[in-house]
Design a protein around this ligand. Sequence first.
Ligand SMILES: *Cc1c(COP(=O)(O)O)cnc(C)c1O
Length: 233
Amino acid sequence: MDSKKHRWGSIQEKIKAACKRANRDVSEVNVLAVTKYIDEVATREVLDLGINHIGESRIQDAVKKWEQIQRDATWHFIGHLQRNKVKEVIARFHYLHALDRFTLAQEINRRTQEAAVEPLKCFIQVNVSGEESKYGITPQELEEFAREVANLSHIEIIGLMTMAPIVPDAEEVRPLFRELRRLKEHLQNLNQPRLNVSHLSMGMSQDYGVAIEEGATWIRLGTELVGPGRRGS
Ligand SMILES: *Cc1c(COP(=O)(O)O)cnc(C)c1O
């Protein structure tokens, strides 16, 4: 617990410093604690720090935790989502950071309507780095994809998300974050009523300072907050 408290203290200092450099207000930057590496006891400790947004990437692990924690947290699904898991996700989660294909959007739309639940708040995942190993819509396909998803009545797009490659120096990924922000502004300028793309989910342990400077409104912190994990994804 103390080590988490200590980590959280220094993260808050870093966030403050990055906001200052970018002339932003700290209240614009939301922290999502990525708890996929840790069990429910350690996840509770994270909530006790006063962070109530938690991110999970595997439904099997998340369901077990959800049973014990549920209402005490706001749940974000951050992993690649299989269509056959959509039902379980919409029953528990409030946000999805990885909307990466139209068939998934259709399934979310259909299941949300059926279950009569609040729409998931979705970030479209964009593959700005162009790495083949990464999921996401390409920048070229983004506008058409966003327009199509906006036609689905039971899904709510709130922003764009990207995952930067792991690099030795976070400066190397700055252009990717800048590009995501440019894409967000482009979509905003379309003035589509059902397409309010106001958030940017970008920045992880290695690069959140740079991401904040480039306009992140959600940073996703795992390792830096909870310590090195037991697995990579
Ligand atoms: C695991 C994960 C993170 C957290 O990564 P860290 O480097 O441990 O901070 C953030 N976003 C996504 C999508 C992840 O899968």
